[in-house]
Design a protein around this ligand. Sequence first.
Ligand code: SDX
Length: 432
Amino acid sequence: MAKDTITVTDNVTGKSIELPICHGTHGPGAVDIGVFFKEFGYVTFDPGFVSTASCRSAITYIDGDKGQLLYRGYPIEQLAEKSSFLEVAYLMLYGELPQQPELDGFLGNIVRHTMINESLKGFYQGFYHDAHPMAIMVGVVGSLSAFYHDSTDIRNPEHREIAAHRLIAKMPTIAAACYKHSIGEPFVYPQNKLGYCGNLLNMMFSVPCEEYEVDPIAQKALDMIFILHADHEQNASTSTIRLAGSSAANPFACVASGIAALWGPAHGGANEAVLHMLDQIGDVKNIPKFLEKAKDKNDPFRLMGFGHRIYKNFDPRATLIRKMCHEVLAKLGDENDPLFELALKLEEVALQDDYFKQRKLYPNVDFYSGIIYKVLGIPTNMFTVMFAIARTVGWVSQWMEMIGDPDQRIARPRQLYEGAAMRDYVDMNKRS
Ligand code: SDX
């Protein structure tokens, strides 16, 4: 791409330099400040990385003003309508939509890795039944590297690929076992004749003593929700994966770090927090009181499922999930589900409120997803686990992209030090 420049002048010393502006396919250009510290002796300061690009990537693009989301250039609306989660996984990993033989080969690879080592079952026994499933996920996924010494040479492309396939394949099995552990039911083995989401539903909800039929509507709804959650540029958990991966840590440990970051209520933990918030609001008549709490800077309450660092318009995923809520409730639940009614009213009132309008706070992907999970019988504390299953595709794709970049180096941000000036040690008997 053509390189333009930006002139930076230090008004203290009068020194000026030209910094190159790099342009990508879509979105803002990036000023390459790599020489900034060497030339000026300053570091740049951008807590939260509001104006900072951490990497080059070709996987996902978000236009926050237009409310647009592309995976490898394809609009999320088209993928949600026409594709499948594992086809999107292939697209994300390899950059192009697969031909049928390529997709069949990929699906064959994934189903061959759905089982977990039997000795991992003992690991679950170490957790109380009421352990949060995300705590178990962090532990179990991190422990996978203890089993796969045959594929932890991250400089070997084949090892990288099999580790990515193993992670995508095993997440539903590990997640379903978290749920079974929490309810004291026996783990259910994967059934490779079932699809990815059908297998997950079967492992979560079937029991040895009776037949279980996967509901096709539930399977389709889950598959689409997973497509919507698969990747999202350099969000907090993906950035965590890249940071951990930049030290050449093995991919299983990297994904465990991503799960930990996703758990936060400001990020993937918001879907669980939305349900708790709706329960707390309880009734439409309480909406004004809670909106005031959300606007009060002295009140820690936030409208969960609202706002986004990038989207200053509707999150296209929220729009698609809201539409799916209607369909799933009509077929599997109660179209007049009080929780959905409350969420719709809360959205309507908030979007008319100046505070939310001025800050361009719209519903994000987490605002409606929990309502669908609830209709599918998934407990609230498993909502973020569902998010982690889907986002594993984006995490491993971004990890593969980073590790495969010949210019990749360890990520090591600088800081603005505001601590004590240098001083000498004071012996105990001389301390005041
Ligand atoms: C996800 O990054 C991604 O892409 C994430 C994600 C993905 O797919 O990976 O999209 C998934 O994490 C979605 C976001 C889920 N989190 C929530 O729903 C939690 C509630 N949302 C907020 O915590 C917040 O909106 C964030 C964390 C999502 C964004 O935070 P920012 O970009 O740092 O925005 P901010 O806190 O600077 O807010 C700007 C203003 C502030 O007010 P002022 O100081 O300007 O007066 O908006 C206010 C904030 O107080 N604000 C809110 C609010 N979100 C922002 N006020 C009330 N309720 C909210 N939800």
